[in-house]
Design a protein around this ligand. Structure first.
Ligand code: SF4
Ligand code: SF4
Length: 293
């Protein structure tokens, strides 16, 4: 089972939930940080890193001596990463998405593959738990190709050591967030019961809904705001899998970089129940699928 821990906005406690869920998971699990722009799951899980690899993107390199300024590459590029100005061709590698179309269409062989560094993929373990993360290079704007490299490494590690996967996803509902939840079996939407929390939760529910995956809500800092988030979940039939308290113990534990599920027996029990409810949601969706097959 692949569990994606997502949220419509940052600061809802998504990483806190991911780290805690990993720590109470009672079958083999790999923790994955796909929030590659700002990874911080490792700060809580403190993994021992055993390997790393640079991730790159294939971008075109121009040989001006061969180019006759026909403009075919400029016409095919959807991202304006290679553009003809009069009879001058300019390449903007930072805007390139690595689709390779320009290399395919160039009739003069004036474009050859080069590489742009995206960041790095790191892996290791934290106790019995596997661990994989991506870290985007400072200044790099495109995270999805790095996320694909992280997923590829995860697949290799999981083939050697099969188990469940818990993904700490990027916040929001843009391309990286959708990319992170795409391969999951269950999506947990973490939010807080405030007007901002409800607004962003709604956006996330609408963005991920078309993927037709079972989704459950985790209400963090319960007791902080009002009951509108819970009412929205009831109205839309989104199961509330956990309500985590707004408490001093949680804040203290988080600020010290500790796993919140280990702070008190009550919090540990709350996360164990979240783990059990997540598995139940997954199994229920599997049974439903089987019944429709
Ligand atoms: S590889 Fe694709 S995105 Fe990059 S410059 Fe060529 S056509 Fe544009
Ligand atoms: S397609 Fe090739 S020859 Fe034509 S403008 Fe682009 S690089 Fe130059």
């Amino acid at each position: 089972m692949i569990v994606a821990v997502a949220s419509g906005k940052g600061g809802t406690g998504k990483t806190t939930v991911s780290a805690s869920l990993c720590s109470v998971w009672d079958t083999p699990v790999t923790a994955v940080d796909l929030d590659v722009e700002e990874p911080n799951l490792h700060l809580f899980l403190c993994p021992e890193i055993s390997g790393s690899a640079k991730a790159t993107l294939e971008v075109p390199r121009l040989d001006e001596g061969l180019c006759d300024a026909c403009g075919k590459c400029s016409d095919v590029c959807q991202f304006k990463a290679i553009s003809l100005f009069g009879d001058v061709l300019l390449a903007f590698p930072e805007m390139c998405h690595g689709c390779g179309a320009c290399l395919e269409v160039c009739p003069q062989g004036a474009l050859s593959p080069d590489h742009r560094e995206l960041g790095e993929v790191l892996w290791g373990s934290s106790g019995d738990m596997g661990f994989v993360m991506g870290r985007l290079r400072v200044g790099e704007a495109m995270s999805p190709p790095l996320m694909r490299a992280v997923k590829k490494r995860l697949a290799e590690l999981n083939s050697q050591r099969p188990g469940d996967v818990i993904i700490d996803c990027p916040p929001g509902v843009s391309c990286p967030a959708v990319n992170a939840v795409m391969d999951s079996d269950v999506i947990l939407l973490v939010s807080e019961p405030t007007p901002f929390g409800l607004y962003d939760f709604t956006l996330a529910w609408e963005a991920f809904g078309p993927l037709n995956k079972p989704m459950g809500a985790v209400i963090n800092r319960a007791g902080l705001g009002d009951g509108k988030l819970a009412a929205f979940c009831r109205e839309k039939g989104i199961p509330i899998l956990a309500e985590l308290p707004f408490s001093r113990e949680v804040a203290e534990s988080y600020s010290q970089g500790q796993i919140v599920a280990q702070a008190t027996p009550e919090l540990n029990q709350a996360f164990r129940e979240l783990a059990a409810n997540t598995r139940e949601l997954y199994l229920a969706s599997q049974s439903k699928e089987a019944a429709h097959a």
